[in-house]
Write a protein that binds this ligand. Structure first.
Ligand code: FE2
Length: 217
């Protein structure tokens, strides 16, 4: 194994406190780094962050029932450009509800929808959320397609802020933020097909959004 790879993995493991498992053979094509996207105005901080922030955004710990909307599962793996899994990373998501409204003081509030979730990647770098299909939002002058915001943190430091889009999402082709990514391959890395997943839950769909970070903390 080339010394560069050994030292890079050792450095990353030491700096990030993560267990890194090589998954890409030496000489194989390097994956595309997941491009960053604007954070937008609705990332919840301070009191805007719900006390219930687990991986199930449909159920709130302090009220019965579940959020209204179509159930989706969003899952994936966080890795480095070397293909090594990043365990122990925090993955945050935040999104609009089925009516295109954020659970944020600067937007409307939906008391039935968690709107934000945070999980830690496992030893293989994997994460998973249960949430609902968000609607697009905006006006005739500035309209966003359905999307989910992501932020990845290592040891509390953000290493990537981006947005995930749906392959069948209305308006992807007209969205200035998505199409502000120059590379077609990088844009494609943000667009995820969702398919029925009855084995996970009846009437649910699931999609895989793998995240490749280029600059670990
Ligand atoms: Fe948004």
């Amino acid at each position: 194994m080339p010394h560069r790879l050994v030292s890079r993995r050792w450095t990353l493991a030491g700096a990030a406190g993560t267990l890194l498992l090589p998954a890409t053979a030496v000489g194989a094509a390097r994956p595309t780094a997941t491009p960053s996207q604007t954070e937008g105005p609705f990332y919840p901080t301070g009191t805007a962050r719900p006390s219930d922030r687990d991986a199930d955004l449909l159920i709130l710990s302090n009220r019965p029932g579940r959020a209204t909307g179509d159930t989706i599962y969003v899952k994936g793996r966080v890795s480095t450009l070397d293909g090594a899994a990043v365990s122990g990373a925090e993955v945050h998501i935040w999104q609009a509800n089925a009516k295109g409204v954020y659970n944020h003081p600067s937007d409307g509030n939906d008391p039935t929808f968690q709107g934000f979730g945070a999980v830690t990647t496992d030893a293989q770098g994997r994460y998973r959320f249960r949430t609902l299909q968000p609607a697009g939002y905006g006006s005739m002058f500035f309209r966003r397609p359905p999307h989910i915001h992501f932020k990845v943190l290592i040891r509390g430091r953000p290493v990537l802020t981006t947005q995930m889009y749906f392959a069948d999402g209305e308006g992807n082709d007209r969205d200035g933020i998505l199409n502000g990514v120059d590379s077609a391959a990088a844009r494609a890395a943000l667009i995820v097909p969702f398919r029925p997943s009855p084995a996970i839950e009846p009437d649910s769909r699931s999609g895989t959004f793998d995240i490749v970070i280029s600059a670990p903390a």
